[in-house]
Design a protein around this ligand. Sequence first.
Ligand code: PLP
Length: 380
Amino acid sequence: MLQSKLPDVGTTIFTRMSALAAEQQALNLSQGFPDFPAPLALRTALAHHALEGHNQYAPMAGLPALREAIAGQLARHRGVRCDPDTEVTVVPGATEAIYCAITACVRPGDEVILLDPCYDSYRPAVTLAGGVPVHVPLHTPAFAPDWERIEQAISARTRLLVINSPHNPTGAVMSREDLLQLESLVTRHGLFVVSDEVYEYLVYDGRQHHSALQFEALRSRCFAVFSFGKTFGVTGWKTGYCVAPPALTAELRKVHQFVCFVAVTPVQQALADFMTREPDYPLGLAASYQHKRDLFCAALADSRFTFQPSAGSYFQLLDYSAVSASADTLLCEQWTREPGVASIPVSVFYQQPPPQRLLRFCFAKQDEQLLRAAERLCKI
Ligand SMILES: Cc1ncc(COP(=O)(O)O)c(C=O)c1O
């Protein structure tokens, strides 16, 4: 019998809830992906490059034209200069970059600090590397990092800390002050950082995204991870990138070349074309997603759910304390069946879920779907 290296891991909740939503023909606000099409020019470019015959392996670190476009975007939107040859790696999805960064950094017995609730790929990656995940809860109700508590969790074995802003599942956005605290902490303790910034352009109400790359000392110890899937609405293309200093990039690539080796060639060509032609496309995202958030929240005004409008990402948390005392995992399934809206229970993002009653709804959906979902939720 094969002894599992991940005995606690089953099929992810995202797969299960999407399957249940399809079976029940429920409105699916569970998994994080848009139900509306990506820009036509981007899809046309993919078809063009596939038809033109760009269908063989790309260079291991990514197509030079795409790495140039990424460096250009970072300079233009974040004021960050980076060398596309030695600091940018194109990967088949942010998840692969996170896995490679963790594998490159973490040795058996090393501790890795994860801030709960957190995206579900971090912990298994740490475990597979022989590391020990140390979970520190974010401070509720704002889901802000509690830097004192994080510092208390650091030991002589701590090697890495993973942050995620804008945050899945809570929508919280780290402040500049948070990034400064993080920079001071990791410098003092000699830690590395994985900064998961896949929702970087989705910040609302005039907030700004602060990238770890904008803080010099932090950047020198950081793997910053991004996803084209989120920014260009093509999660199924599974393409992202990692920006890290040359020495860290070299180690990341050693792992990447034996995990996936390369990302998909015509997808990279299409992204490079689109980014060159429409360099400011991502800057329009905040307004269009904020509109969706506001539409959904306004339509829930008369519901029995309570909530704070999401600050970032495309997720809205709803608190059902006034409705039921049941477990979120149960209610999530129940409400997918009747009234027919699928969501994700927030407890699954925790190692030790606190006594809170929260469900996560993805609002990257057509307006009409959001309104229909809210109408059904108002009946609960
Ligand atoms: C916080 C976070 N990180 C990473 C990812 C994965 O991105 P990708 O699809 O590019 O692997 C997701 C996707 O949902 C996410 O929410």
